[in-house]
Design a protein around this ligand. Structure first.
Ligand code: ADP
Length: 241
């Protein structure tokens, strides 16, 4: 269309697993420097949508657009280099390495020297306020620290877009508040476009400028906080019709 912003978008995306459609005609846009929320009941298709936006799953039909270019066939490792990073629900850290090395491996994978990668890893941890984690073994990290390291690792790609898959799961309210502040800094200071997938609807509504609601594979509502909280369709999806 006439949108000249460098954005990440799904356009009319359907994902079918055999005869079952996990997503049906989903259209969504993530713009730079803003936080977008993605909520919906269990099984709604949230993770499938993250997978298809990050190259872990090809759309059956429809397009994934990065700056207007169709990247639907690009595998995850390529999309990461093109600026689309994600975190995972489970940490997926290298448990035999300390935190700094977990991040440095990413830099080396991007073609940087080991030294430059370690410097960058330290810079990212410091920016996040968790430099004290650098020398800790990744195995046995407290859950919330593991989540933070997952975000730090994604930031090693200096992503234009960051997709966070349930980053607050298992966190206390205070920890979730800290996380919300970090996500706001990622969007505000780094200019990254964020898509936040969360069970914690309150967290999503409090930090997102635009929220999408998925139910049974379809976007049933989108808009700002007041539009979502006022929506009868959203209430029906969560509490049953
Ligand atoms: P959510 O993240 O919102 O809980 P998912 O995207 O994980 O939802 O799943 C949406 C639906 O698609 C679920 O019914 C799930 O069982 C199904 N699904 C997800 N991945 C696959 C797959 N690889 N093969 C078959 N069905 C799948």
């Amino acid at each position: 269309g006439g949108d000249n912003t460098f954005s990440l978008a799904a356009s009319g995306v359907t994902v079918a697993f055999g005869g079952f459609k996990a997503l049906t005609d989903v259209t969504l846009t993530v713009t730079p420097g803003a936080i977008h929320g993605l909520i919906g009941p269990n099984g709604a298709g949230k993770t499938t949508l993250v997978n298809v936006l990050t190259g872990f799953q090809e759309p059956t039909t429809g397009r994934i657009l990065l700056g207007g270019r169709d990247v639907g066939a690009h595998p995850a490792h390529l999309l990461r280099r093109e600026g689309v990073a994600r975190t995972f629900q489970a940490g997926r850290l290298f448990t035999g390495l300390d935190v700094l090395d977990n991040l440095a491996v990413t830099g080396v994978g991007l073609g940087h020297s080991r030294h430059a990668s370690e410097v960058e890893a330290m810079r990212v941890l410091s920016w996040m306020g968790v430099a004290d984690l650098a020398e800790k073994p990744a195995a046995g990290l407290p859950y919330t620290d593991e989540r933070r390291v997952g975000i730090a690792r994604a930031l090693m790609f200096a992503p234009s877009f960051l997709l966070l898959d349930e980053p607050a799961a298992g966190m206390s309210e205070a920890e979730a508040d800290d996380l919300a502040a970090l996500i706001a800094r990622v969007a505000g200071e780094l200019g990254t476009g964020v898509l936040l997938i969360e069970h914690n609807v309150g967290l999503v509504l409090s930090v997102s400028s635009h929220v999408y609601v998925l139910d049974a594979g379809q976007v049933i509502e989108e808009g700002d906080r007041s539009a979502i909280t006022a929506s009868q369709r959203v209430r029906d999806a969560y509490f049953g019709a």
